[in-house]
Design a protein around this ligand. Sequence first.
Ligand code: DHB
Length: 368
Amino acid sequence: MAQDNVFKIGLILPMTGQQATTGRQIEAAARLYMAQNGDTVAGKKVQLIVKDDTSLPDQTRRLAQELIVNDKVNVLAGMGITPSAMAVAPLATQSKTPLVVMAAATSSITEASPYVVRTSFTLPQASVALADWAPKNNIKTVVSLVSDYGPGIDAEKFFNARMVNNGGKVVEALRVPMRNPDFAPFLQKVRDLKPDALFVFVPSGAGAAVMKQFTERGMDKAGIKLIGTGDVTDDDQLNDMGDSVLGVVTSHHYSAAHPSELNKKFVDAFQKANKNLRPNFMAVGGYDGMRVIYEALKTTKGAGGGDALLAAMKGQIFESPRGKIYIDAQTRDVVQDIYLRKVEKKDGQLFNVEFDVIKDVKDPGKSK
Ligand code: DHB
């Protein structure tokens, strides 16, 4: 009946708690995509159902179950952190519901269910370019400091191995708790070890605290550089971090300063719709995820259920605000350009300004 003409997207995000900025960014991006592209696709009314999992994986699982059984969603999406995506993956498989992962970035998530499609990135993908850049730029010794869970362990493994492979030295590999981290004792240790650079991965939202403590301890003045994946100079927080972050080099797949026409339009429209909030890499994962869903619905005209939608998601290739991206049909993971960026001031604001690019990077973390 009327239900047949509705296409439901269950978007589960952390809207409150430690990862709330991820939820705010992705929801805003999804709503922007719908405002720009309409809410009727292939004759179906697209309905976005947003649920807050507070980034607790038990909640993510319970909400996904409700969305599948009660709301009969056509697609599940969101997944602010890796444990949430891992908790939902078996439900996606059982119910044959495509699960569009817009944020979580541990390599193995796409292997947890054949129904996972990812539009964010992976930590191995983002880390390797920086480990190629560092030894050529007077960084011979490093300490790594990562959040102690999936994406941090991926970052540690791939960055450190590549450093060693490039003739660099990893002095120590430190892991800090994911929940309520206190960076102070770890930074003190790094200060004593005095490497050329500290490599950092922390999830979106935690970067400002790391930067503040790094500066307060005078680590930069002691000659230790801070480098990391772009999660640490997150566009959501960067402009409030202060001038001490000028010059910090990171590698990532998206910068709000990416100099393409499409990105300028995206950033303008996003800021206009969201009280001048700057979109970050999470927003782009959400925006592109909506596009993957819309295009799959157009292709299938809503017929054939989850399997047909999934098939129509595989192999999609298009220009994103981050640059050209591609959903690898074999792995269902995103293939994209990775940029080296440096924090610079432009028109009085701090930005991650791209200075080099590695084209079409596949996730180096896949076992097959
Ligand atoms: C994950 C979360 C983040 O906020 C991030 O920046 C990268 C990865 C994750 O849990 O997978």
